[in-house]
Every structure is written in structure tokens, then in C-alpha cells.
Design a protein around this ligand. Structure first.
Ligand code: NCD
Length: 304
């Protein structure tokens, strides 16, 4: 695999291998301290990020490598009018691997055609976010000890939430997965995900506006932020932003071993009182993100 643009670029076996390596790194990080000595990761973030960029950078540093890059389009030559294609051709001369986030859907794929270094899609518009999905899969594997036989509730902005699109794509390949898709009418899952992923693979799913309706059946509840930056008008965003606020009262009928996940950043969609609930695993999830990215960097650089 030269590039990681879509989660389907990885087979189920490759994902299993990445999870195995990530768990080994968690157990014995010292074995990995020098693995990427003299290697450079470039992080090109044309859109804001905290976890994704910093976890990539921390991952490379913990592997003994170095990091270069920028964290906003304004601080790169994009602001002078340079194309993504030209930026990538140049950055490929300075680095061994590139993680890139861009507001335009498909930009990392375009970059991959021009790049000499492998490209990792670190989020492209409202489309995909494969490394968040790897993070989510490692989280589910650690918290649940399985990736099959799960009822997964996805709640919030299912229309623009790229983490949701990639996670559904990934989980649809495992056995006996059911989805409960919880969103307001305006933020329902896009038709292409329904047709090309859910219906094509005969995956069971229901759509509801009510977060409590199926609560008692869920093994995982994946909350998401309403994606302000993808809205065309502020009025709609203001109307929808606080549509769901998960609190302890709403969890009353939930399973004792429910896992509450969130890719973060959180705005209002989970009340802070839930943070102390043992079922909340979103901060652990952020930590898992570093380990799976370490495993991914090793794989893409073909280091044992
Ligand atoms: C997500 C993203 O960028 O899509 N954040 C992340 O990478 N952890 C989710 C979000 O911004 O809401």
C-alpha cells in the first residue's frame, strides 16, 4: 500500500496487523524508539487540527523520527496561490511520508498522484478520515475485545461528519454489525453511504431522531460534533448545534458496558458530567490514536 486515502485501501487483515502492532507498542514502547531514525514525516494541515496533527507528530517522534510541516494554509505558500499539486511535489523532496488534511474532498487523492512520498489522508472535507477510523477500530478492539457482533449508534452530524463515513465503511466489513443512525432530518447520512455501503452489503440499520429510542440496545455510542465549517449559513448551524446533548439522564437505560466514543473536539454534544462515567472512553480514544499512527507509519515506511 503506497498511500492511505480511504479506509478501504487497507484489507481487514492489514487492519488486524496494525492493531496487533499498536497493542505491542502500548506494551513495550522501548522496542520502537529507534525504528524511524533519520526519517521525516511532513504534516501538511490546510485545515485546523489538534489531535490528528499532534498525534501524528508525537507518533513519529516516539519512533525516533523527525517532523516538519505547517498547521494552517495561511502559513504556507498556498496563501500566495500555489496549487496543492506543486506543494506536494516539493514537500516530497524533503520528507519520507506525508500526512495531509484539506478542506476539499479528494485533495489527498490528487496529491497522491503527484507525490514521490506516500500520502496519508488526515481528513478531506466532509468525505473521509481513515486514520481516525483506525483510531476508532483500535479503541473498539481494546474496549470491547472484538470488532464483530456490535450494535453501533452514531449520533449528530452524520451528513458532514467524515469520521462517521469512514467508520461505517470500515465496520460494514465485519460480521453482525448493526447501525442506529441518530440525527436530525437535515443531518442524515448521505445517500451514497446508504446505497454503496449499507444496502450493498446488506447491513442492518435504522434511522431515528431520538437518541433514547434504541439506547438500551447499543454496544457503542459514537457522538459527533455538528460540523460548523461545512454549513452554508450560520442560522442553520445555530439551530442544529445543540440538538443532542448526551447527559447521565439520557444514559439511564444504556447497557452497563456501553462504550461512549467521540473523535473530539467536543462542543456541547456531551455534558461534562459524562466524563466521569466509566463508559466514557473518548479521552482514551485520543491516546489510542497515537499508537495506531505509530503502527501505520511503520507499515507505510516498510519498517519491521
Ligand atoms: C474530527 C475531524 O477532524 O473530522 N476530529 C478529529 O480528527 N479527531 C472530528 C471533528 O472535527 O468534529
Amino acid at each position: 500500500m503506497k498511500n492511505l486515502i480511504d479506509i478501504k485501501d487497507l484489507s481487514i487483515n492489514e487492519i488486524e496487523e496494525l492493531i496487533k502492532v499498536a497493542k505491542d507498542i502500548m506494551q513495550a514502547p522501548e522496542k520502537y524508539y529507534d525504528k524511524c531514525k533519520h526519517k521525516k514525516l511532513a504534516t501538511l494541515f490546510f485545515e485546523p487540527s489538534t489531535r490528528t496533527r499532534l498525534s501524528f507528530e508525537a507518533a513519529m517522534i516516539e519512533l525516533g523520527g523527525n517532523v516538519i510541516g505547517f498547521s494552517s494554509a495561511d502559513s504556507s505558500s498556498t496563501s500566495k496561490g500555489e496549487s496543492v499539486a506543486d506543494t506536494i511535489r516539493v514537500v516530497g523532496c524533503y520528507s519520507d511520508i506525508i500526512a495531509m488534511r484539506h478542506p476539499k474532498e479528494g485533495a489527498p487523492l490528487v496529491a497522491a498522484f503527484k507525490s514521490t512520498a506516500p500520502i496519508i489522508n488526515a481528513g478531506d472535507g466532509g468525505h473521509n478520515h481513515p486514520t481516525q477510523t483506525l483510531t476508532d477500530l483500535l479503541t473498539i478492539s481494546c474496549e470491547k475485545n472484538r470488532l464483530d457482533n456490535l450494535t453501533i449508534g452514531l449520533c449528530g452530524d452524520l451528513k458532514f461528519g467524515r469520521t462517521v463515513h469512514s467508520l461505517i465503511t470500515a465496520m460494514s466489513r465485519y460480521k453482525n454489525i448493526k447501525f442506529v443512525l441518530i440525527s436530525p432530518e437535515e443531518l442524515k447520512i448521505p445517500e451514497y453511504i446508504k446505497q454503496e455501503i449499507l444496502e450493498k452489503n446488506n447491513i442492518e440499520y435504522v434511522e431515528t431522531e431520538d437518541i433514547e429510542e434504541y439506547m438500551s440496545e447499543l454496544d457503542i455510542l459514537y457522538m459527533t460534533r455538528v460540523q460548523k465549517e461545512r454549513f452554508f449559513n450560520e442560522e442553520d448551524y445555530i439551530r442544529l448545534k445543540d440538538y443532542y446533548i448526551l447527559n447521565e439522564a439520557k444514559l439511564e437505560n444504556a447497557k452497563k458496558d456501553l462504550s461512549i466514543m467521540h473523535p473530539l473536539p467536543r462542543v456541547n454534544e456531551i455534558a461534562t458530567e459524562v466524563d466521569d462515567d466509566p463508559r466514557a472512553c473518548y479521552f482514551r480514544q485520543a491516546l489510542y490514536g497515537k499508537y495506531i499512527r505509530m503502527a501505520l507509519i511503520l507499515k507505510m515506511l516498510e519498517i519491521d
